[in-house]
Design a protein around this ligand. Structure first.
Ligand code: AMP
Length: 282
């Protein structure tokens, strides 16, 4: 694996590979890698000639300074893991390479109602920062294929909207959620859970699974109300459990009215905010 920290050197390398007709797959991450991230790399490896992974903890998408500060950083281990799955290139830039002085990287796009619900409601400004960095990284890497996880369902939907609005030819690939044995969705934030919270955190995936079993018996509103109570165990604080249309991200009133229903949730587990989702109907 080749490690680049400078935009220019990375671009020169990728351009040379593209000259040789290499197909480029790109996996943007914030590091603290786990098997979920590695599954994206493996899928990209299977579908491209050259796989580029980036590790960049993007300050503009953190609405909470302490969340940014406490975000786990495990560069040495990340490099080992990426090498173990034969990732070709790692781009690990410092902040000034991504946001150099004098370069306007802001993005004037309107995501409409996609960005006002769920994470948009609870993390103001998050998606603007996320779209800004994904767009900047895409402009640097210029991949053919972009790999993102269903784990961040709303993020993926907003990136899809961004690519459409920019008339981009980049192909967005959605990769399935990788879970721990007990069902907890893998997340870089899981390492911050106390042992007690780690055990109890399986309530997220269990509630999503039970919600799926209930779709023939209850309305979305009834399931939502039930789930918010299920999730409020110990000192857990559920922020939302929304049942939405997977395309518009707007609340589903009845399951007959949509072909694609997804339940999405965010829960404060002590000091750690976890998100998860499950397709209920597709
Ligand atoms: P992050 O480092 O959290 O920004 O995540 C980088 C990419 O990995 C995003 O596209 C995520 O959706 C994806 N990802 C994170 N966790 C998982 C998981 N458990 N399974 C699959 N993909 C994941």
């Amino acid at each position: 694996m080749i490690l680049f920290k400078k935009v220019e050197q990375l671009q020169t390398y990728i351009a040379a590979q593209k000259e040789k007709k290499q197909k480029v797959g790109f996996v943007p991450t914030m590091g603290a890698l786990h098997n979920g991230h590695l599954s994206l790399i493996q899928q990209a490896k299977a579908e491209n000639d050259l796989v580029v992974c980036s590790i960049f903890v993007n300050p503009t998408q953190f609405n909470d300074a302490s969340d940014l500060e406490k975000y786990p950083r495990t560069a040495a281990k990340d490099i080992q893991l990426l090498t173990s799955v034969s990732c070709d290139v790692l781009f690990m830039p410092p902040v000034e390479e991504v946001y150099p002085k004098g370069l306007d990287t802001t993005l004037e796009l309107d995501f409409g109602d996609l960005a006002t619900v769920m994470e948009g409601k609870f993390r103001p400004g998050h998606f603007d920062g996320m779209a800004q960095v994904v767009n900047r990284l895409l402009n640097i890497v210029l991949p053919h294929n972009l790999y993102m996880g269903q784990k961040d369902f709303q993020q993926l939907t907003i990136v899809r909207s961004m690519l459409r609005q920019l008339d981009s030819e980049i192909n967005l690939v959605m990769c399935p959620i990788v879970r721990e044995e007990d069902g907890l969705a893998m997340s870089s934030r899981n390492v911050r859970l106390t042992p007690e919270h780690r055990k109890l955190a399986l309530v997220l995936s269990q509630t999503l699974k039970k919600a799926k079993e209930l779709i023939d018996k209850k309305t979305p509103e009834e399931i939502q109300k039930w789930a918010m109570e299920e999730l409020a165990i110990a000192d857990f604080k559920p922020e939302y459990f929304d049942i939405i249309d997977g395309i518009t991200l707007q609340a589903v009133d009845d399951f007959q009215g949509t072909d694609f229903a997804v339940a999405c949730t965010a829960v404060w587990v002590g000091e750690v905010r976890l998100i998860d989702n499950m397709v209920l109907k597709s």
